[in-house]
Design a protein around this ligand. Structure first.
Ligand SMILES: Cc1cc2nc3c(=O)[nH]c(=O)nc-3n(C[C@H](O)[C@H](O)[C@H](O)COP(=O)(O)OP(=O)(O)OC[C@H]3O[C@@H](n4cnc5c(N)ncnc54)[C@H](O)[C@@H]3O)c2cc1C
Length: 647
């Protein structure tokens, strides 16, 4: 963490300098015109709000029909990839500390000798080695919300949600007398005590519907969720209970012969656990509430599955019965009228675009990932740093990921729900084995690290992929341990990528001495620093630090004690802030103490080195030779706006 750049500031360094004149959280009443209006304070809405709140120049308003923050329940699975994203937002350590870590998963099936009882079929490692530097964790969605709310409050904009506002509809006014800078007109109805029925009209450049499965924003732009009707009924209960089921502190998938299946999710704090139970299918037109299911019904269903083990429930802290269908919208953006060159103005993210069973633990994760994909793009376009075409990549990228999720979920659910009667015991075993195999094979997918964005405006074709075979273009930058040169700090290279909207260029040096001005690393630095065509020079505003648009870091092959920091190219020791202080945190060396170093584990060509360009959402955008200076510059030309023409 870097601070004190513009002068010593006492107190908590996480509390960022507020925009001028703003000491209190922003009052929503100030904003009838905003850059971005976010509807919904679930994980999708809060990820987006936290991202946008990092930009002092951007005004954001985030509203929810609820009267205050979530306190209980809903999702709880936090995939490794989401942990990596939390690191970028600055709160991964808090989640690590509070959460349950899913290190192993057990599978139970009907005992072939006594099929009315269950027996452990297997117990496996949950996350394969070196999939991520973070574990798969379990934490209440409410706590995840808390961390986002705190990040927003500490941001330069001190952003707080406006609760008690129900979005009703919007119109996009591209033509006509009232069209202008803020073309989206959204209507909000106050539902908070004392203001009921009062209507607020907010004009925005962009509106993002993060308003869940029954999204009114989605309806406003004429987009539908398509797929199976929400007909599968699930009971979920968070409980404190005494049981003799031995794997109660392991994530356990349990299939009984005739009583359905249960998923046990141990929870944070050591005692609490969650049980998901299947409660059958709804008839067409029937709603979950019509069944009048109680917590006792959920417990009874779980007790039947667990037999012969006992379950004595002492307290149910939260429970819910909810209907699920695998549904997906065809697009995640408004369709723009022909001739409109400003790109889409309204987007949807999270459950507003896709719904699926809780089995794979993806609800919160995929929703947050949607918003992490969109947030930096919106910020770049609002700030005039990128062209509006950038926004069109959001729906394309995330819709195909959601389709994969729906396909995965459908297959997983079919396997999980496969029943076996005594007469079909052989078949039951085969189904169990198939489920387990599917679960293991797709662990990378559920960890969130398999997400691969196709070649596009911002993700280059894999022309030079061989230079870093272990850093797949389109996938997230796979972090690895390194040593920071100047202060010998062991750390993760990926943790330098913060949720601040900046692009990163990681220059992996060849074997030459990087202090030699004739080395290829030094030549790249010289190009980036001095050449007018360098992306750093083209896109960095005149009054900003040299790394404010594109942050360049170098990884050398030498042992950190063998490299002289003062001999390194000056570009890697940039002068910043109002005092022109030197930033010493741009250069790294391999960590040679703990197994293969970054060059070996990520299969980076030691002879040639390479340049890895990383998007602000941590996905690898491009891999190039160290001396492909023009190619590097050409990549950014596709979507960035040079500073001279930025507005
Ligand atoms: C009752 C419930 C129980 C769930 N249980 C589980 C579970 O056990 N396990 C699991 O994995 N997943 C569960 N989920 C799903 C998981 O919580 C979601 O996948 C995840 O929260 C999606 O995040 P989101 O931000 O897209 O939407 P949501 O979390 O649904 O957030 C949407 C927000 O928008 C607000 N909103 C909606 N309409 C409007 C409007 N018109 N105006 C203003 N605000 C509006 C809502 O109040 C809400 O705060 C559950 C969801 C619900 C609703």
């Amino acid at each position: 963490m870097q601070y004190h750049l513009d002068g010593f500031t006492p107190g908590d360094p996480a509390l960022r300098r507020a925009v001028d004149g703003l000491s209190q959280p922003e009052s929503s009443d100030l904003y009838e015109e905003v850059d971005v209006l976010i509807v919904g304070c679930g994980p999708a809405g809060l990820t987006l709000a936290a991202q946008l709140s990092m930009f002092p120049e951007i005004t954001t308003r985030v509203v929810d029909q609820k009267l205050g923050p979530l306190e209980f329940g809903q999702a709880d699975g936090v995939a490794c990839r989401s942990m990596e994203m939390f690191e970028a937002f600055g709160f991964s350590e808090r989640v690590l500390k509070e959460s349950y870590w899913v290190n192993e998963t057990s599978f139970w099936r009907p005992d072939p000798e006594a099929p009315e009882t269950i027996v452990r079929a297997d117990r496996i490692q949950d996350v394969e080695d070196d999939l991520s530097e973070f574990p798969h964790t379990i934490l209440s969605q409410a706590r995840v919300h808390d961390f986002y709310l705190e990040a927003m409050l500490q941001s330069p904009r001190r952003l707080v949600p406006d609760y008690g506002r129900r979005f009703s509809h919007l119109v996009v006014e591209r033509d006509g007398p009232s069209a202008g800078e803020y073309p989206v007109v959204a209507h909000l109805e106050r539902v908070d005590p004392g203001h009921e029925g009062h209507v607020e009209v907010v004009r925005a450049r962009y509106v993002v519907g993060c308003d869940g499965a029954r999204s009114a924003v989605r309806t406003s732009i004429g987009v539908e969720l398509r797929g199976d009707a929400a007909n599968k009924l699930w009971g979920v209960a968070d409980m404190l209970a005494v049981t003799n089921f031995p794997d109660i502190r392991l994530k356990s998938a349990i299939q009984s012969s005739n009583n359905g299946s249960v998923l046990v999710i141990p929870r944070e704090g050591g005692y609490l656990f969650r049980m998901y139970t299947e409660l059958g299918e709804l008839e067409p037109g029937e709603r979950a509430s019509d069944r009048e299911i109680t917590p006792d019904d959920i417990i009874a269903a779980a007790q039947n599955v667990l037999h012969p083990y006992t379950l004595d429930v002492k307290e149910v802290s939260w429970w819910s019965v909810y209907e699920i269908g695998q549904r997906l919208s065809e697009t995640f953006e408004e369709s723009t009228p022909s001739g409109a060159d400003d790109g889409p103005r309204v987007f949807i993210t999270g459950d507003a675009c896709h719904t699926h069973s809780p089995k794979a633990g993806q609800g919160m994760n995929v929703s947050m990932a949607d918003s992490f994909n969109l947030g930096w793009k919106l910020a770049s376009v609002v700030l005039g740093m990128a062209t509006p075409e950038l926004l069109e990549t959001y729906s394309v990228e995330r819709q195909s990921i959601a389709q994969e999720l729906i396909d995965f979920d459908r297959a997983m659910e079919t396997l999980f729900a496969a029943r076996a009667t005594t007469a079909e015991a052989g078949e039951a075993k085969a189904q169990q084995a198939q489920f387990q195999e599917y679960f293991t094979k797709h662990a990378r997918f559920t960890a969130g690290v398999e997400t691969t964005y196709e070649t596009s405006l911002i993700t280059n074709a894999p022309v030079h992929q061989h230079l870093a075979a272990g850093m797949t273009i389109g996938k997230r930058f796979h972090s690895e341990a390194v040593i920071r040169l100047a202060d010998a700090k062991p750390m993760h290279l990926g943790h330098t990528i913060k949720a601040d909207g900046r692009w990163r260029i990681f220059a992996f040096a060849d074997g030459d001495d990087p202090t030699n001005p004739a080395s290829r690393l030094a030549a790249l630095c010289h190009f980036l620093e001095a050449n007018p065509d360098s992306p750093v020079n083209r896109y960095t505003p005149a009054d900003c630090d040299i790394d404010s648009a594109i942050d360049v870091r170098a990884v050398c092959q030498q042992r950190h004690r063998d490299l002289a920091v003062d001999g390194m190219p000056s570009f890697l020791l940039p002068r910043k802030g109002r005092f022109g202080l030197i930033d010493y945190e741009k250069i790294f060396c391999p960590d040679l103490q703990h197994g293969p170093d970054i060059f070996d584990s990520r299969r980076i060509d030691r002879t040639k080195g390479c340049v890895i360009v990383v998007r602000p959402d941590q996905h690898v955008a491009h891999i190039l030779p160290l001396d492909a200076h023009d190619e590097l510059a050409d990549f950014f030309v596709r979507f960035m706006v040079p500073v001279a023409s930025a507005h």
